[in-house]
Design a protein around this ligand. Sequence first.
Ligand code: PMH
Length: 388
Amino acid sequence: MDNQPYYRETWAEINLDAIEQNIKSFKRHVPSHVSVMAVVKADGYGHGAVATAEAALRAGASYLAVAILDEALALREEGITAPILVLGWVPPVHAKIASDYKITLTVFQTDWIEQAAVVLDDLTLTIHLKIDTGMGRLGIRTEKEAKLIVECLEKYPGFMVEGLYTHFATADELDNLFIESQLTAFEEMATYFEREGIRPRWTHLGNSAGSIRLPDRIGNLIRVGIAMYGLHPSQEMKLNQPFKLEPAFSLHSQLVHVKQMNGGEPISYGSTYRTNEGEWIGTVPIGYADGWIRKLKDSYVLINGKRAPIVGRICMDQFMVRLPGKTKIGAPVTLIGYQGSEEITIDDIAERLETINYEIPCMIGPRVPRIFLQNKEKKGVMNTILKK
Ligand code: PMH
């Protein structure tokens, strides 16, 4: 794990023990023949891809998934040797790079196979075939398309079909109707491929929600993303969660300036906030360029175990808070996480921003260093801005 320097008083803490626990909980929840693929795309949902991938592998995950080839190569560059699947469409001209680095690609187009075959020449490439059973995003949709894929693969023996998979569109909703139709569609396609002699080692259907809800109907590999980071796939599912999830992400800063104001003094751009006589105002060094966006202007942070409201507009790199009284420069500020008996969760922020929890750690930008905790100790730092 890297230990890069950083020189600012704002950072995210990533509790790798929580990630390990969450993966272990999934392993207990699914039947023993089901393996875990840890989804670490988008820099591990903003948690740091390398450290979270390593934590998931320590906890018994056997496969990793990312969205794009660059993310897979970045993991290889960091010495990760576990199998990696790219979930997205990779340009076929890059099939050779994938083959060289033993990266598994998602395939669902005959043209793609034809073009990749030229680039690969006599090299082999491990692939997973993707079936679109109702997500409407990527995948083989009909038996006719499947037949053409089978014929194409027969022409090019360099493609090793290791997996067959699909993605649920509504697994995080409590109504089962659509998920059942996706399961049936997948079953039909899997049967077709089997008849044609394609019997891959892995079949995988379940994202976090699907794997929590239907642990024995989602093949022999689960693709766990959001829940590995300790977040619930939806609010409905939070109420019906069969095992505990431990959030891994917290966000911290410190007061860098504190002052007592006169009555009616303006704060921040546009002078939208005016102070009351004698009010204490603190400055927190994180802003919208770090992902703490202007829409959060009516929220609060935790200082000395109490809620301190944000006042005035959030700037690019800083914002101001109203303090309960005189407070020391350097006082810890918690933006996500616990202080005393108060807590601000990722779900709280998501609700305030009228979005899903997935978006929140992803939007905390690369300027915020990630500090990794393992066995409650600081084990490494990722600072994308200043690598060395
Ligand atoms: N498999 C695929 C193909 C995915 O796209 C995702 C997440 C996962 C598994 C993991 O899902 P989970 O995080 O719900 O467990 N993909 C996305 C997405 O495209 N937008 O939000 C999550």
